[in-house]
Design a protein around this ligand. Structure first.
Ligand code: NAD
Length: 481
C-alpha cells in the first residue's frame, strides 16, 4: 500500500478544478524516518494570485447554488471518503507520523464532519423580526437571511491534516462560499487527496483551490488580499496574532493553542480514569491542541494516581506510524524534539522530578512524566505540543481551579469529581471555551461549538458555528403601507 501511494505522489497545484504544474517543487520527507515520500508544489505569489482569481470568480456559482445541491456534493464526498478511508489514514500516517490507529480515528471523524456539513447545508436560515414591537414598526414585515461571504482563506496546521481542513472546507461549501486552502507545509497530501475526492463529488471548478508551500508567503497574500472576505486559521498563537494584526476589516476565526489541564478530585475511582488520562497526554505524541498537559490531583490520592498513570504509560508501544500496534511515534520535526528536551532540562534544573521518559531517539521523544513542576516553568505555562505531561498535587478545589486558570490559554479544561456542587462551581469558574465534567479536556465531537478564550483564539468552529461565522446576516424590511 505504501509503495502504491508513493508512485502517485508527485502533486500539482489544484486551481480552478485543474491540476496545474507548479514553478517550484520541494521534497516532502517522512517525520519518522526522513525518507522522501513525495514532491509537492511550493507556490509562488503569481500562482496564489491565480488561485485567488479562480476562487473569486467561482463565488457567484457557489453563491447561487441551491442548498440541496451543496448538500449533495458533500454527501458524495462522504461516500467517497468512506470508500477510500484506509488510503486516507495511510496518507495521514505517512506525512504526519500519526500512528495508523489514530489516523483511522481522524478519518472517521472527518467523515462525520462532512456529514454534519451536508446536513447543515439544508438548514441555514434567518428569522422573522416582530417589527411592530417598536413604535414606528407598524405595517412592516422584516426578516433576515444568511448570505455566503464569498471567498474564504483557510490556513490549517499539521496535526489533523484531514479533519481540521474539513472544519473549514465543509462549512464553507455548505454555506455557498469558495475556498483557497493553504495546508501546513508538512501535510499537503491529505489536502490534495481531498481535492481529488471533491472533484469527483461534483464540486464546480474554482470552489476549492489548494496552494501549498511557504506559510508566510502564501499566508500573507491571502490575509491581505481584498477578494478574501474571511480568514479561518488554525495553528499557533504566534502566527494567529500576526494574522489578526494584518487582516484589517476581514473576518478572522483563530483556533490556537493551549496547555490544557484536568483536575482529579479525591473520591474519584482511579481505575476508571487512568487510561483516558494516558491517552489524553500521549495520543499523537501530545500534538493535539487539547492534549492533556497538566494534571492536578488531590493530595489524598496523588501517590496512587502517579503510580497507576506511570504503570499504564509504560505499556505504550513506540514505533513506526504505519504499524497498527503503535501508540506513539515521531514528533513532526527535530526542532520540536530539541525544544522539548530543553524544556525538560529546565524543569529538572528547577527541581521537577522526571519519573518517566525525558529522552529522545531520532524524532521520537519518549513519553515523559514530570512531578512537582512550578507553574512558571515552560513545560507548564507554554504549550509543549509533545508527549510531556506534568502531575502536581493540590489540597483544595479552589486552589486547583486557580492553577488551571493561571494560564495564558483557555481552550478546554476537564474535572473529575463525584461532588455535583464541585462540578457546578468548576463549570462557572474555569475560564476556558469548554468544560468537560468527568472526562479529560481532550474531548471533541465535530458538531460541538469549539474554540477558546485568551490566547487560545477567537470565534468558534463545529460545523453549524463555523457556518454562522462564514455567512453574513442580511436584514430585509417590507413597508406594506
Ligand atoms: P503553525 O502556526 O506553525 O502553522 C499553521 C499554518 O499557518 C500552516 O499552514 C503554516 O504554513 C501557516 N503559516 C505560517 N506562517 C504564516 C503566516 N505568517 N501567515 C499565514 N499563515 C502562516 O502551526 P502548526 O505547528 O502547524 O500547528 C500547531 C499549532 O496549532 C499548535 O499551537 C496547536 O495548538 C494549534 N492547533 C489549534 C487547534 C484548535 O482548534 N484550537 C487545533 C489544532 C492545532
Amino acid at each position: 500500500m505504501k509503495e502504491a501511494l508513493k508512485e502517485k505522489l508527485k502533486k500539482n497545484l489544484f486551481i480552478n478544478g485543474e491540476w496545474i504544474p507548479a514553478e517550484h517543487y520541494t521534497p516532502l520527507d517522512s517525520p519518522y524516518n526522513g525518507e522522501c515520500i513525495a514532491e509537492v508544489p511550493s507556490a509562488t505569489v503569481e500562482e496564489v494570485e491565480r488561485a485567488l482569481q479562480s476562487a473569486y470568480e467561482a463565488r457567484k456559482t457557489m453563491g447561487s447554488m441551491p442548498s440541496h445541491q451543496r448538500a449533495a456534493i458533500l454527501e458524495n464526498l462522504v461516500r467517497l471518503l468512506d470508500q477510500r478511508s484506509e488510503e486516507a489514514a495511510q496518507i495521514i500516517a505517512m506525512e504526519a507520523a500519526k500512528p495508523l490507529m489514530t489516523a483511522r480515528g481522524e478519518v472517521a471523524r472527518t467523515i462525520q464532519t462532512y456529514k454534519f456539513a451536508a446536513e447543515e447545508a439544508k438548514r441555514i436560515h434567518g428569522e422573522t423580526i416582530p417589527v411592530d414591537a417598536a413604535p414606528g414598526g407598524e405595517g412592516r414585515i422584516a426578516y433576515t437571511v444568511r448570505e455566503p461571504l464569498g471567498v474564504i482563506g483557510a490556513i490549517t496546521p499539521f496535526n489533523f491534516p484531514m479533519n481540521l481542513v474539513a472544519h473549514k472546507v465543509g462549512p464553507a461549501i455548505a454555506s455557498g462560499n469558495t475556498v483557497i486552502l493553504k495546508p501546513a507545509e508538512q501535510t499537503p497530501l491529505s489536502a490534495y487527496f481531498l481535492a481529488e475526492l471533491l472533484q469527483e463529488a461534483g464540486l464546480p471548478p474554482g470552489a476549492l483551490n489548494i496552494v501549498t508551500g511557504n506559510g508566510s508567503l502564501i499566508g500573507e497574500k491571502l490575509v491581505t488580499d481584498e477578494r478574501v472576505q474571511k480568514i479561518s486559521f488554525t495553528g499557533s498563537p504566534a502566527v494567529g496574532k500576526h494574522i489578526r494584526s494584518k487582516a484589517g476589516l476581514k473576518r478572522v476565526t483563530l483556533e490556537l493553542g493551549s496547555n490544557a489541564a484536568v483536575i482529579v478530585d479525591k473520591e474519584v475511582d482511579l481505575d476508571k480514569i487512568i487510561s483516558r488520562c494516558v491517552s489524553g497526554a500521549f495520543a499523537f505524541q501530545g500534538q493535539v491542541c487539547i492534549s492533556l498537559q497538566r494534571i492536578y490531583v488531590h493530595q489524598e490520592i496523588y501517590t496512587a494516581f502517579v503510580e497507576k498513570f506511570v504503570s499504564a504509560a509504560q505499556k505504550l508501544v513506540i514505533g513506526d506510524p504505519l504499524d497498527s500496534a503503535t501508540d506513539v511515534s515521531a514528533l513532526i520535526s527535530f526542532r520540536y524534539v530539541q525544544r522539548s528536551l530543553d524544556w525538560i532540562e529546565e524543569a529538572k534544573q528547577q527541581g521537577a522530578t522526571i519519573v518517566m521518559g525525558g529522552k529522545a531517539e531520532g524524532n521520537i521523544l519518549y513519553p515523559t512524566v514530570l512531578l512537582n513542576v512550578e507553574p512558571s516553568l515552560k513545560v507548564s505555562c507554554q504549550e509543549v505540543f509533545a508527549p510531556i505531561v506534568l502531575i502536581n498535587k493540590f489540597s483544595s478545589i479552589d486552589e486547583a481551579i486557580e492553577l488551571v486558570n493561571d494560564s495564558r490559554y483557555g481552550l478546554q479544561a476537564g474535572i473529575y469529581t463525584q461532588n455535583i456542587q464541585t462540578a457546578l462551581n468548576a463549570t462557572q469558574q474555569l475560564h476556558v471555551g469548554g468544560v468537560i465534567v468527568n472526562d479529560i479536556p481532550t474531548f471533541r465531537l465535530d458538531h460541538m461549538p469549539y474554540g477558546g478564550v485568551k490566547e487560545s483564539g477567537i470565534g468558534r468552529e463545529g460545523v453549524k458555528y463555523a457556518i454562522e461565522e462564514m455567512t453574513e446576516q442580511k436584514l430585509i424590511v417590507f413597508n406594506r403601507t
